[in-house]
Design a protein around this ligand. Structure first.
Ligand SMILES: *Cc1c(COP(=O)(O)O)cnc(C)c1O
Length: 376
């Protein structure tokens, strides 16, 4: 069996281990310490725009805390992009709220501003004004944040920005992760950089980030004994993981450049093939190209998404259909959905291709050989 080619696997830069060793040498083996503080500073510097950052145990924890900090409670409604990973939607149920799913638009595959406004008007008419909006930057492509923010401001519904896949992406120079009233990042093993598992909550409002750190460390009041006046969580990032993160931040620009280069190579290979479509960057948009994705029109291409996926699998090459929309998932299908069929079509014809920054030319050669075979 030929060695496995992964969709996106961890890619260490080299200095991560030094930071981890430092943690051992100084006995900072805890969910706090110099690496946690250092990683937060690195992220604040990278994101700019007066961002404040709380490093957490996962991106999912960030979304959960974000909802708590926005005051979302049982019985409330939260507007959520349907085309996403389940981690975006699950925390809505953790606080007892109801997800209201919104379809995507065709330019970025992210939350449609038109359908969002339609959903808001209808929910208000039904007597339950939603408490938050969760857009996602899928596969690194920024959502239409300008239009979404206009709607958020008009209806006074805050944005919880899921930038888990979009560290390093930007619109007109402004980084993803700085658009929300609260934003979150993920450093899971498959993301553009990783801390093995981890996440962060970001806001330009320093008080919110202080509150996030407080809630993430069991909500301990100031007292010599353990005193609590709020429900807390154990969501802080480990100082060991943060050490990995500090090393990864040193190579983040190189990782983004490499992922974009991989996109360019796929585009060169397949860009002019009939029935194959890439997601191009709208003007002023910059995608970190976390994953390269294609849409295959089987009638035009002569083969389907599934034909290509199975042919790759036979060669021990991992590829994956696009996210199955949340409104089609058994666990979420009973919730309201405002859509026009866009996400369903994306799911039907879309495929994520191996895109890790550690892909070698020989790996791409193997992948391209399968393309040639299928397209023959
Ligand atoms: C990875 C991911 C998350 C969750 O992040 P974790 O750190 O794995 O909890 C949330 N939303 C999206 C869109 C993701 O891709």
């Amino acid at each position: 069996m030929k060695p496995k080619i992964w969709l996106s696997s961890p890619h260490m830069g080299g200095t991560e281990q030094q930071y981890v060793n430092e943690a051992f040498e100084t006995n900072w083996i805890a969910p706090l310490g110099p690496n946690v503080n250092g990683f937060e500073k690195d992220l604040e510097l990278f994101l700019g725009n007066d961002s404040h950052v709380a490093a957490l145990s996962s991106g999912t924890a960030g979304l959960h805390l974000g909802l708590v900090l926005l005051g979302v409670k049982a019985g409330d409604e939260v507007l959520c992009q349907s085309m996403t990973f389940s981690a975006t939607a699950n925390p809505i149920t953790y606080v007892g709220a109801t997800p209201i799913f919104v379809d995507s638009e065709k330019d970025t595959w992210n939350m449609s501003p038109v359908l969002l406004e339609e959903a808001i008007k209808d929910r208000i008419e039904k007597g339950n004004k939603p408490k938050a909006i969760i857009p996602v930057h899928l596969y690194g492509m920024p959502a239409k944040m300008g239009a979404l923010k206009v709607i958020s401001n008009h209806y006074k519904i805050p944005i919880l920005e899921d930038a888990a896949e979009a560290l390093g992406s930007s619109i007109d120079g402004r980084k993803c992760g700085t658009f929300g009233d609260i934003s979150i990042l993920s450093f899971n093993g498959n993301k553009i950089i990783t801390t093995s598992g981890g996440g962060a909550l970001v806001s330009q409002n320093e008080a919110i980030v202080k509150d996030a750190r407080f809630l993430a460390t069991q909500a301990r009041d100031e007292a010599p004994h353990y005193q609590h006046s709020k429900i807390g969580y154990n969501y802080r990032m480990s100082n060991l993981c943060a050490g990995v993160g500090r090393g990864q931040m040193e190579v983040l620009p190189a990782r983004i450049a490499k992922r974009r280069e991989i996109f360019d190579k796929y585009f060169e290979k397949l860009g002019n093939k009939k029935g194959i479509q890439f997601l191009e960057e709208p003007y002023w948009y910059f995608s970190n190209r976390w994953l390269t994705t294609i849409l295959i029109d089987p009638a035009e291409a002569g083969f389907s998404r599934e034909d290509l996926r199975l042919a790759l699998e036979k060669e021990n090459i991992e590829s994956r259909p696009l996210w199955k929309p949340m409104h089609m998932q058994p666990v979420f299908e009973q919730y309201p959905f405002y859509g026009d069929g866009t996400a369903e079509k994306l799911f039907q014809n879309g495929l994520c291709l191996p895109s890790g920054s550690n892909l070698e030319s020989a790996d791409l050669f193997r992948i391209f050989a399968v393309f040639d075979e299928v397209m023959r």
